[in-house]
Ligand binder design. Structure first.
Ligand code: PGA
Length: 256
């Protein structure tokens, strides 16, 4: 299998500029011997350029991601940040449609589709987050919800525009709760997502696309999650804030 694992840290609304730089530098030192995994950290907007300059000066392979973007390049949109600005700040990846953005900021699948388009046009790697809530799961609607998120989020794309796309399956009930999906649950959903990508696009894209898992990933559950064939990495929240902890996740036992 040729998919390079991606271990990504979502720092959410944590860390000032100096705290972000200190954590990023520590992580870069720990990760200096790692070559076979893509690593990304996503600090808040004000730290992006600073963190990326620091990592560059260390010749680190740790990538910098943003947690959101707006889909227009520039204009009178107070408080928003565009793909072009992220790119100029040294950002390579962008998380799109995180459940907290869907839940607290009213992001719809249509917004997410436009954001992915903006990312692709600026040559940023989009990480599209999808996942069902606890009540949707209880009502047996998991696959229905995922279908809608995938179909509407990726509507109108040609497969060759999505070659770098990463899909993050993040069941909302698992985020920040300590209730990780079992590796078997994650594998079953990831394999379903891959089959949806095949139906919507083609088998080449389905085979190449990285599908990562998020929701209470920790040093002690990452290896088992990663042992499954359709789990290509992790999007880590809480456990990515501490470089010592995050590096343990990055250095999981490779048994696949
Ligand atoms: P968590 O967050 O690892 O703290 O559960 C994951 C995420 O929200 O991406």
């Amino acid at each position: 299998m040729s998919r390079t694992p991606l271990i990504a840290g979502n720092w959410k609304m944590f860390k000032t500029g100096s705290e972000a730089v200190a954590t990023a530098r520590r992580l870069a030192e720990f990760a200096s011997d790692i070559t076979n995994i893509d690593i990304m950290i996503a600090p808040p907007f004000p730290s992006l350029a600073l963190v990326s300059e620091n990592l560059k000066s260390m010749s680190s392979r740790v990538n910098v991601g943003a947690q959101n973007l707006f889909y227009i390049n520039e204009g009178a949109y107070t408080g928003e940040v565009s793909a072009k600005m992220l790119k100029a700040a040294g950002v390579s990846h962008v998380i799109i449609g995180h459940s907290e953005r869907r839940q607290y900021f009213g992001e719809t699948n249509e917004d997410i589709c436009r954001k992915i388009k903006a990312a692709v046009e600026s040559d940023l790697i989009p990480i599209m987050c999808i996942g069902e809530t606890e009540s949707q799961k209880k009502d047996g609607k998991t696959f229905y919800v995922l279908d809608k998120q995938i179909q509407n989020g990726l509507q109108g794309f040609r497969s060759n525009e999505l070659l770098t796309l990463v899909i993050a399956y993040e069941p909302v009930w698992a985020i920040g709760t300590g209730n990780t999906a079992t590796p078997e649950q994650a594998e079953a959903v990831h394999s379903y997502i891959r089959s949806e990508i095949e139906k919507m696009f083609n088998s080449n894209l389905a085979e190449d696309i990285r599908i990562i898992y998020g929701g209470s990933v920790k040093p002690d559950n990452i290896s088992e999650l990663m042992s499954h064939k359709n789990v290509d990495g992790a999007l880590v929240g809480g456990a990515s804030l501490d470089a010592d902890k995050f590096i343990k996740i990055i250095k999981y036992n490779r048994i696949k």
